[in-house]
Design a protein around this ligand. Structure first.
Ligand SMILES: C[S@@+](CC[C@H](N)C(=O)[O-])C[C@H]1O[C@@H](n2cnc3c(N)ncnc32)[C@H](O)[C@@H]1O
Length: 514
């Protein structure tokens, strides 16, 4: 056996699995499976399969997920840096598939860092509706925010809060909630030996108590008729079926939606039929537990103006009338249209007050007005559409949010929405996440670098490139000089600034290829 398993863990698993234990134990001699998931905000699963530099084999429980071959290094390819796929353990792709997210939903991912499942939810929302991704640990929210940005999320908010405070701020608000709970991590022993070192026989009980608190807060934040998916990567019954049974006994308005015992999902244990397990000796993936719970209340009427704004919140391209010829040239029939809103503003006035968790100051109203005008001018000159939503300021930084700033008052907010850029010396400077969430056809000026030579990697390393004007894809009547959306094989990766045959690199230092 490659991994030295704790004695009390072995004894407990023998008791749980009986005659199956030998098979389970043998799975620890196998090499863990690697996987990637297509980021359908940028590319379809089929397209990824076509262009993938390594062999991909479908994962049965995730239509956008693939096993990668042993020895593949998906993190070392420019497509990774263009956000075309997320590297994710195959079993970890299952919980979001069970959450049944559809575009327009209000989704809360309560324990979200580093963002594997949040990026999967964002892809399912397709830019429509709202994703609130939260993690209790401040350090971990950095990776969460970065991942949501790399994968081009436009309708995401990142919080660093306790579940109780989120429930208090958003009572009965979300349609779908994911709790990918902190747990004893027994299902990851094969993949990550550190999990074994951190484990002792008391660990499951400690996490089980924590899980009850998180579940109770989630129950308060879920709208009547909503769905809650609870998942762990552990085998301990008290953190799985035990946690769910205890929760249900105090929350009779919830019931289990049966998923266990179907397809790749084994049935949960004890008196809780319908919960699901993925076992490392039965599927190609690590150990996971999932429960799908439905709130039995009647869904609220969501036809008032504010509700409609959230569920219709979308950032998809609307070609302006004069852009039709270019649009035709691209022949991109997959692009959907959204109503145009003026000056980046949805309803709701100026953002006011200071955002908690931000060290930044608020700008005087007049300065905000100027900043919005500069941003609006950039959008007009650069984009084929007008991002709609609520403008929110963090000091000099401008975000476009699916929610009015007031909705986040008092919450530690790491990202209030899609980061558009900042003001510097009276000028609007577009931010990196603005670019990563754009499609080439949404920008009036773009450049595609090829992975077939060294230029894509040179760009990702932050180097200046020599680029003749003929290589730029510039809309008629638009000057060549200025910000260019730099793409890798047609998929956005960041900004560059073109002038006289030179592309100044705007790829941020902290993101560079090393
Ligand atoms: C299993 S990990 C989440 C993995 C993540 N869902 C993903 O797919 O990338 C559990 C997360 O819960 C966070 N956490 C721990 N206690 C929490 C609490 N009380 N409320 C919210 N998050 C918590 C941890 O910081 C950790 O990032």
């Amino acid at each position: 056996m490659a991994v030295q398993l704790p004695h009390s863990f072995i004894e407990r698993m023998k008791e749980l699995l009986g005659t199956e234990y030998e098979q389970f134990a043998n799975s620890y001699t196998e090499i863990p499976y690697g996987g990637i998931r297509a980021n359908t905000l940028k590319i379809t699963a089929e397209q990824l399969q076509e262009i993938s530099p390594f062999q991909l084999e479908p994962i049965p429980w995730c239509p956008t997920g693939f096993y990668t071959p042993e020895g593949a290094r998906p993190g070392k390819h420019p497509y990774y840096h263009a956000g075309l796929y997320y590297i994710q353990e195959p079993s970890a792709m299952a919980p979001v598939e069970l959450l049944s997210v559809i575009p327009g939903d209000r989704v809360l991912d309560l324990c979200a860092a580093p963002g594997g499942k949040s990026t999967q939810i964002a892809a399912k929302l397709q830019g429509k509706g709202l994703l609130v991704s939260n993690d209790l640990h401040p350090e971990r929210t950095k990776a969460l925010a970065k991942n949501l940005e790399l994968y081009g999320t436009r309708n995401g908010i990142v919080l660093n809060e306790s579940p109780e405070r989120i429930a208090a701020a958003f009572p009965a608000f979300f349609d779908k909630i994911l709790i990918d709970a902190p747990c004893s991590g027994e299902g990851m022993f094969r993949k990550d030996e550190d999990m074994v070192k951190q484990w002792d026989s008391e660990t499951p009980a400690k996490y089980a108590a924590m899980q009850q608190e998180i579940l109770s807060s989630a129950a308060a934040a879920l709208a009547p008729g909503g769905t809650l998916v609870y998942s762990t990567c552990t085998f301990a019954m008290e953190e799985n079926e035990g946690s769910i049974a205890k929760f249900l006994s105090g929350h009779p308005q919830f019931s289990v939606v049966p998923v266990g015992g179907t397809g790749p999902f084994a049935e949960g244990y004890g008196e809780l039929p319908g919960t699901a397990r993925l076992w490392p000796h039965k599927v190609k993936g690590e150990g996971h537990f999932m429960a799908v719970l439905r709130h039995n209340g009647i869904p609220a009427d969501r036809t008032n103006a504010e509700d409609t704004v959230i569920s219709n919140y979308t950032q998809q391209v609307k070609p302006k009338p004069e852009d039709r010829s270019r649009e035709k040239r691209r022949q991109d029939s997959s692009v959907k249209l959204a109503p145009r809103q003026k000056n980046g503003g949805g309803k709701g006035g100026r953002p006011q007050g200071k955002m908690d968790g931000s060290s930044s100051r608020n700008l005087p109203a007049l300065v905000e007005e100027e900043a919005l005008a500069a941003y609006g001018q950039f959008v007009e000159e650069q984009l084929m559409f007008q991002p709609g939503g609520y403008p929110v300021f963090f000091g000099d930084h401008i975000y476009i949010s699916p929610l009015p700033k007031e909705a986040l008052d008092g919450l530690k907010t790491i990202r209030p929405g899609w980061y558009m850029g900042s003001m510097r010396n009276g000028r609007f400077i577009p931010g990196h996440p603005f670019a990563t969430a754009l499609r080439a056809e949404e920008s009036r000026r773009s450049l595609s670098l090829s992975t077939e030579n060294s230029e894509a990697v040179s760009y990702l390393k932050g180097e200046t490139l020599t680029v003749p004007s003929e290589r730029l894809d510039v809309q008629e009547g638009i000057p060549y000089k200025g910000y260019v959306l730099v793409c890798i094989d047609g998929y956005s990766a960041g900004w560059g600034k073109w002038q006289d045959g030179m592309l100044k690199n705007e790829y941020p230092a902290g993101w560079r290829w090393t």
